[in-house]
Design a protein around this ligand. Structure first.
Ligand SMILES: O=C(O)C1=C[C@@H](OP(=O)(O)O)[C@@H](O)[C@H](O)C1
Ligand SMILES: C=C(OP(=O)(O)O)C(=O)O
Length: 427
């Protein structure tokens, strides 16, 4: 198990870019696999999660060539191009891979067994299995089909209207992908808007996607047309560098070509509300996704209260936002974030536990955290618990901890941010 050592620092500076967006990289492979023609992807994230997606689709007979770590080519042959896999599909640590892929498999007239690692085995799959069964797919698994390993036999789907109890892009995307293979219309409603990369990329692949105020729908029987995809930098990865620069005295960094989709950029809004100096320079759109450069300067932060519709816009950034809150004047309250409990770890519990090891004042609540700052953190040993975002949040905290921080199980970071350690030490 890799160990990451972070020393206390001052004056971070640099002009850098972060690896490609994980959500968009997964979708580029999957949509390329079901499209007609060749999809070339530049800026692909070669993180463990997206490599799991490539592996699963290769096992279903889709030719995927890697020309370099960030440059791939997917040879799609339409929905019918996918074949019944001989082997079990292993999604590793990736919730996005399993939930989106189940939407594709739900319409395929063959049998598949899907599994993942210990973390995936604890994450709820009934949120997609139940509506897929309503559409006509046969999905079985542990605990009445709620947990991996899952077995699915697809085909013969009928469109449904599904009011999702959670704002989840994975649920929404799964059902839209099944809906494209169903008879009639499939509509997904969500309590507040989750990330809309699927809607944007399907549109770019020639699919008609209808959005209105409280939902999104597709008509069945549509095909996708291959196209080239340029993947922006992942704002969820950039968030670690943003917080690093904001809390480390005398810092200023620029992060180039970051994806600034308005359903994803809540972290920029909240860090600015905390008093963070973040300058945004828009750079246009890549494949329907807004992109820009971020210049971030060390700032005196103050506490903030967040909840409601903001939460889905920064759900993956909450562990590192908690680190920022330990350095902010006053109280930070995070509410309505119970979804954090079903990520790679229980991110409410684990974030609070790891930050407390450094002397932070963090209280867990049912649906979030209350953090008091500012606190001079003190060095200690932290553990990622196999969760990439916890490992990186602990590392960022180490930059302002007296005596630095050692992160155990740091290899988890490769799930979304290969090269994190080298990039941080370059700054
Ligand atoms: O659709 C996606 O690419 C993702 C959606 C989010 O999960 P939920 O849809 O479960 O909220 C997010 O946490 C995950 O990192 C990626
Ligand atoms: C929750 C995450 O990913 P996934 O659901 O794809 O495992 C994440 O990257 O923080």
């Amino acid at each position: 198990m890799a160990i990451l050592r972070i020393e206390e620092r001052r004056g971070l500076s640099g002009d850098v870019s972060v690896p490609g967006d994980k959500s968009i990289s997964h979708r580029a492979v999957m949509f390329g696999a079901i499209a007609q023609g060749t999809t070339r992807v530049e800026g692909f994230l070669p993180g463990a999660d997206c490599l799991s997606t490539i592996d699963c689709f290769r096992k279903m007979g889709v030719p995927i060539r890697q020309h370099g770590p960030t440059s791939i080519e997917v040879e799609g042959n339409g929905w019918e191009g996918m074949k019944e896999p001989e082997a079990v599909l292993d999604v590793g640590n990736s919730g996005t891979t399993i939930r989106l892929m189940l939407g594709i498999l739900a319409g395929r007239p063959f049998h598949t067994i899907v599994t993942g690692d210990d973390s995936i085995a604890r994450r709820p799959m009934d949120r997609v299995a139940k509506p897929l069964r309503r559409m006509g797919a046969r999905v079985e698994g542990r605990a009445e089909g709620s947990y991996t390993p899952l077995s699915i036999r697809g085909g013969g789907l009928k469109g449904i209207t599904y009011p999702s109890p959670v704002a989840s892009a994975q649920v929404k995307s799964c059902l839209l992908l099944a809906g494209l293979q169903a008879e009639g219309r499939t509509r997904v409603e969500e309590p507040s808007l989750s990330r809309d990369h699927t809607e944007r990329m399907l549109t770019a692949f020639g699919v008609r996607v209808n959005r209105d105020l409280d939902g999104v729908s597709v008509e069945g029987g549509q095909t996708l047309q291959a196209r080239d995809v340029r993947v922006p930098g992942d704002i969820s990865s950039a968030a670690f560098l943003m917080v690093a620069a904001l809390i480390t005295p005398e810092s200023q960094i620029t992060i180039r070509n970051v994806g600034l989709n308005p359903t994803r950029d809540g972290i920029v809004d909240v860090l600015r509300e905390m008093g963070g100096d973040i300058q945004v320079t828009p750079k246009g759109e890549w494949c329907g996704e807004p992109v820009g450069d971020l210049t971030v300067t060390y700032s005196r932060l103050k506490g903030v209260e967040i909840g409601g519709k903001m939460i889905p816009r920064l759900i993956d950034e909450i562990p590192v936002l908690a680190v920022a809150a330990t350095q902010a004047e006053g109280q930070t309250v995070i509410r309505d974030a119970a979804e954090l409990k079903v990520k790679e770890t229980d991110r409410i519990h684990i974030t609070a536990q790891e930050l407390r090891k450094l002397g932070a004042r963090v209280e867990e609540t049912d649906d979030g955290m209350v953090i008091e700052g500012p606190v001079q953190l003190t060095g200690n040993r932290c553990n990622s618990h196999g969760d990439h975002r916890i490992g990186m949040a602990a590392a960022v905290a180490g930059l302002v901890a007296e005596g630095g921080v050692t992160v155990d199980q740091a290899d988890a970071i490769d799930v979304s941010f290969p090269g994190f350690e080298a990039l941080l030490s370059e700054l």
